[in-house]
Design a protein. Structure first.
Lengths: 398, 398
């Protein structure tokens, strides 16, 4: 088979940063900084909070509100509908013969990452698929069999400016999630389709059709470290992103986990826990749960608030107030360097974050309208605390 | 009807630049810098070069190659298929009642532009729809009736780095076009859907389903000036972009045409004309054609080469070599200032562009593989000049 791209050494050496963020410069380590024990189990999607809410596990009000938590805000409905529309693009026929491309996993990894950036991903990473990252059953109880060796993870930012204008739990919140869910669905569908055209199996996993849990993939691909919120946190985006994955047998080189000093930072920070409107995020120490040793978020409590949020659509307050939710800039590069090298300064950095006013809402950035669909008609939302909080058992702070 | 966003003055004053490029700082003028005369006519899509090529107007080889010009490269096939897949999202049902949002066109314009940027457009602009911008008939000969007052134009970059790695007319070329066609289709579909949910009519116009000609909209919305290539050129992207539009009756404020000194620059530059592999771009002066006074590109000649390009998929050599094809950076800001204020330096700038090596290919940026699908199987392309150029009447230079 004829080979091409003979000058691969040149190519591999010259371009050290492929995307908008210097992911290539992060310190790589052997294991994720969060301990994942042998007791880690595959997750059954029927035990997901959405499924539990739908079954009424969180009471009738949450079950009712779940049905409209996204649909009630017109923009979040629009971007979510797009995700559903892209659903059928996740899978497809594999070309019967393999393309005449190099079989060198390093060249292929670089190719696929460059493709992801070309298709406008903010970050692309690669890992092996650990068996425990594959869900055991789908929402309907069908067993999931997925044998692909590698996962390509595609990340899209949720937009810093919009978070500036929001308080994190208002009407734009669901749209911020689905902005990135829809963009990653779009990109992952295209990459999976392309790999299949090259003659290799590939499936896109995105919002509403994941067969893999994204968090362990983000840890193993070195896109983030596990944070106090209970998800992966990236040093350049914080938790202000969503991710999709493409699983495949195209031979690739895993990126490896990263260590940028987050474990000590989250230990002292606690800003997300203090600010969480549903008090779902732990103020305490790491504990063992689901096979991970990490901070334990009360996921049902978080979900109940998000699904039934009477003063908004969904919630991302932890994303907004996190000190890692920052725009680009050299001052933030200095802080990242400090967290990595001078952990003793972490608590000072957290204090400075408050003093500088980060995490506050700046209404000059509020470009959207507050709207709520009620019985098919868009209305200006009434402040819903009295209307709805009383109906739920969600213990909310004022 | 209850109103919101009372602090609109504050909002309108504080954020002067909404997107990644300082479009708001450009000098706005009354009329496009290209004269559009009263003799301008609506265009019949049946007279488009694709339709003419399909009918055999450019000979049997071009007609045959047109069928595979995109499909023959796997990535361009993938991104174009996505555009087709999004086709049904262009139109939809308008909500029966209008949302309780401000009716101030200035606030709505800012809202819609911010939405476009939130959905990851690189540039968003607004204009009235001139009657002549609406196609007279579609490809099948059906008359087009489109009465929407306003157009929102959504622009996505074709990726500077990828153009660095290409020679402009090789295998990645079609993918570069469809990268931006697919992204703008995606964004325009979402915006149209959203406006309809607010209770206003809206239709998305994107690659394969345009009912409006994009170039006059780009001129009137001040996204670009007409350039020697015969399309709109933006001061920050050059011609390295594709655009989609949303037409609507949502009340908006048109942005107005821009003048950044391009007419004099293109008069002296001619780099695109010199480098065009099919010699389709004029080396001469402006002439009157189709109601515009501008440089006349031999569009059939360009199309014949693009459709039948034996050494690549499509062509964008003019995009690559254009001195306006630059990354961000203050040095380029200085040059932009000079073109605007010191036109006498234009020819020196063009010379410097050559001396600095802009427009050359840097293979370190070539991340894709050269591949060609022949009879359903991907192959390493054979250099096709002998094979194909002889079969066509396209007068090619060596």
């Amino acid at each position: 088979m004829k080979k091409q791209n003979q000058k691969s050494d040149e190519i591999l050496n010259k371009r050290r940063q492929l995307g908008p963020f210097p992911m290539e410069k992060l310190k790589r380590v052997e294991q994720p900084t969060t301990q994942i024990t042998e007791s880690v189990q595959r997750i059954d999607k029927r035990e997901g909070v959405g499924e539990r809410a739908e079954r009424g596990d969180f009471g009738p009000v949450v079950a009712r509100e779940l049905e409209r938590d996204v649909e009630k805000y017109p923009l979040s409905a629009v971007v979510r509908n797009m995700v559903y529309y892209l659903g059928p693009r996740a899978e497809g026929k594999v070309a019967p013969s393999k393309a005449p491309i190099p079989e060198d996993p390093e060249i292929l990894s670089r190719h696929i990452k460059s493709l992801g950036y070309f298709l406008r991903a903010d970050i692309v990473g690669i890992c092996r698929v650990p068996a425990y990252a594959v869900y055991s059953h789908d929402e309907k109880g069908n067993p999931i069999e997925l044998k692909h060796k590698f996962a390509i993870i595609v990340v899209v930012d949720q937009d810093y400016d919009t978070f500036l204008g929001s308080n994190g739990s208002d009407w734009i919140s669901g749209s911020q999630s689905y902005r990135s869910y829809s963009a990653t669905s779009f990109i992952a569908s295209l990459i999976a389709d392309y790999i299949r055209k090259l003659g290799y199996p590939a499936r896109a996993h995105f919002c509403q059709n994941y067969q893999v849990a994204i968090t362990p993939l983000l840890l193993w691909a070195g896109i983030g470290e596990m944070c106090r919120v209970g998800v992966a946190l990236n040093p350049f985006l914080g938790v202000r992103f969503k991710a999709a994955a493409i699983t495949t047998d195209l031979p690739l080189v895993p990126d490896g986990p990263i260590d940028f000093g987050l474990q000590e930072f989250c230990r002292v920070c606690k800003k997300c826990a203090v600010e969480c409107p549903s008090r779902a995020i732990s103020m305490g120490d790491k504990v063992m749960y689901n096979g991970y040793k990490s901070w334990r978020t009360d996921i049902p409590q978080c979900a109940k608030f998000r699904f039934a949020n009477p003063n908004g659509s969904s919630c991302g307050r932890c994303i907004k107030v996190c000190p890692w939710n920052k725009p680009s800039g050299w001052t933030h590069d200095v802080v990242r360097w400090s967290v990595r090298n001078l952990p003793a300064l972490d608590s000072l950095i957290v204090k400075m974050d408050d003093i500088w006013g980060y995490g506050k809402q700046d209404t000059a950035y509020k470009w959207w309208f507050d709207l709520e669909e009620v019985d098919g008609v868009l209305q200006v939302p009434k402040r819903g605390a009295e209307r709805l909080y009383k109906e739920t058992d969600v213990g909310l702070r004022e």
